[in-house]
Design a protein around this ligand. Structure first.
Ligand SMILES: CC(C)(COP(=O)(O)OP(=O)(O)OC[C@H]1O[C@@H](n2cnc3c(N)ncnc32)[C@H](O)[C@@H]1OP(=O)(O)O)[C@@H](O)C(=O)NCCC(=O)NCCS
Length: 130
């Protein structure tokens, strides 16, 4: 958990300039955290908050040196399985617009208009599980 939080801090706060108080929103204790681990090192992470039959997916971060190797894609696949096992049938997220293709390729569809959150352009996306 501490390695996942440290990775999020590096990626969101230092790399992207998201304020710490927004990154740490107080909901980590109630969430499922997934990690991508290679040789004992956490290289990727994401977070699932389950609300009724919907999973709120967020905090997807991959170590810069490990990007474009499919780790985020594998975390999204693992998130689908976790969500399904937890009884959820829908996942929702706020995608940074530059990463939209990552989510489109994994079955997410855009919903609504582009908006700014934590100073970064986002778009709402959702995916239904069969
Ligand atoms: C976005 C992020 C999680 C992607 O992780 P990753 O492990 O590199 O992603 P994958 O290797 O699974 O990428 C799969 C596909 O997503 C798309 N994608 C990934 N990173 C992208 C980028 N920087 N720009 C545009 N498309 C991108 C591409 O279509 C990619 O396929 P390709 O490599 O064959 O072109 C990673 O860049 C990251 O941590 N960024 C900083 C934090 C962040 O923006 N989180 C997402 C919030 S919505």
């Amino acid at each position: 958990m501490s390695a996942a939080l440290a990775l999020r801090d590096r990626v969101f706060c230092r790399e992207q300039g998201v304020p710490k108080r927004e990154e740490l929103d107080g909901r980590d204790g109630e969430a499922i955290h997934l990690v991508a681990v290679e040789q004992g090192v956490v290289l990727g992470t994401c977070r699932l908050l389950i609300v009724d039959k919907t999973v709120q997916f967020s905090r997807l971060a991959v170590e810069p040196a490990a990007r474009r190797r499919g780790l985020a894609t594998r975390l999204l696949i693992a998130a689908d399985a976790e969500a399904f096992d937890a009884g959820a049938r829908r996942l929702v997220l706020h995608a940074q617009t530059y990463a939209r293709d990552l989510y489109l390729a994994n079955g997410y569809e855009p919903r609504g208009h582009v908006f700014v959150e934590a100073g970064i352009e986002h778009i709402a996306m959702e995916k239904r599980l069969a």
